[in-house]
Design a protein around this ligand. Structure first.
Ligand SMILES: C[S@@+](CC[C@H](N)C(=O)[O-])C[C@H]1O[C@@H](n2cnc3c(N)ncnc32)[C@H](O)[C@@H]1O
Length: 215
């Protein structure tokens, strides 16, 4: 099996089993990003790793047009059930970007980039940047080496682990954020808790919020 097939099967099985597993509340960082996009008059965005679209509603509610990219057909069907035809989602892997020639004002990429290997991460950043209009913003949320689960599972390479759940995770530190995003208009990066407050049985993870602007 190719890494692509393994990744597809993992996410297909997860969505078939757990359906809309994170509910329809947006992630706290999606709410913060909405404020940033609002201030920057952003009207059209791309959401790579769309899932079933729990983060799309807040942008749509604020008049932003949303396009997703998602590897799991089941997740796309869940999104269609919820949104009808009001969001467009390309079915495929971000490793095969671009799926359209659209220039977007913004990209919001939540909890996807850390699932990829070094080459795939580089290509995703470059492809997202290429999709931006000049002045456009891209925001990535990626897991940090300071998250409590860092170091669990089997080491694949430096800061990359196969977790007990069967997911490969690359944990970012300040150096790798600078290394990977530094040439793409990196405007700021800070560690955040996601969710912002611990919610009972769902402990927060420490993530990087990385903001880049295309000049
Ligand atoms: C951790 S989930 C986050 C989902 C969504 N961003 C959210 O917050 O609800 C990662 C998502 O990325 C999708 N995904 C994983 N690898 C992908 C790839 N190579 N290309 C496109 N989507 C992918 C998964 O199917 C899943 O929906």
């Amino acid at each position: 099996m190719t890494p692509y097939t393994i990744m597809t099967e993992f996410w297909e099985a997860s969505f078939q089993d757990k359906q809309t597993m994170w509910g329809f509340e947006p992630a706290d960082s999606a709410v913060n990003t909405m404020e940033l996009f609002y201030k920057n008059k952003i009207k059209e965005i791309l959401l790579p790793g769309f899932g079933y679209g729990r983060n799309a509603q807040i942008f749509k509610d604020n008049g932003i047009e949303v396009t997703g990219i998602e590897i799991s057909n089941t997740a796309i069907n869940l999104a269609k059930k919820h949104y009808g035809d009001s969001v467009k989602v390309h079915h495929g892997s971000v490793t095969d970007m671009p799926f359209d020639q659209t220039k977007y004002d913004g990209v919001f990429c939540y909890a996807l980039i850390h699932l990829l290997n070094t080459e795939e991460r580089k290509k995703l950043i470059n492809d997202c940047f290429s999709h931006l209009h000049s002045g456009g913003l891209m925001v990535f949320i990626a897991i940090s080496t300071n998250t409590p689960s860092f170091g669990t599972g089997t080491v694949i390479s430096k800061n990359r682990y196969l977790t007990p759940h069967g997911v490969k995770l690359y944990y970012y530190d300040s150096m790798s954020v600078e290394e990977e995003f530094g040439h793409y208009g990196l405007e700021g990066a800070k560690e955040i808790n996601e969710p912002a407050k611990n919610k009972g049985n769902k402990p927060s993870q420490v993530c990087w919020q990385i903001i880049c602007r295309k000049k």
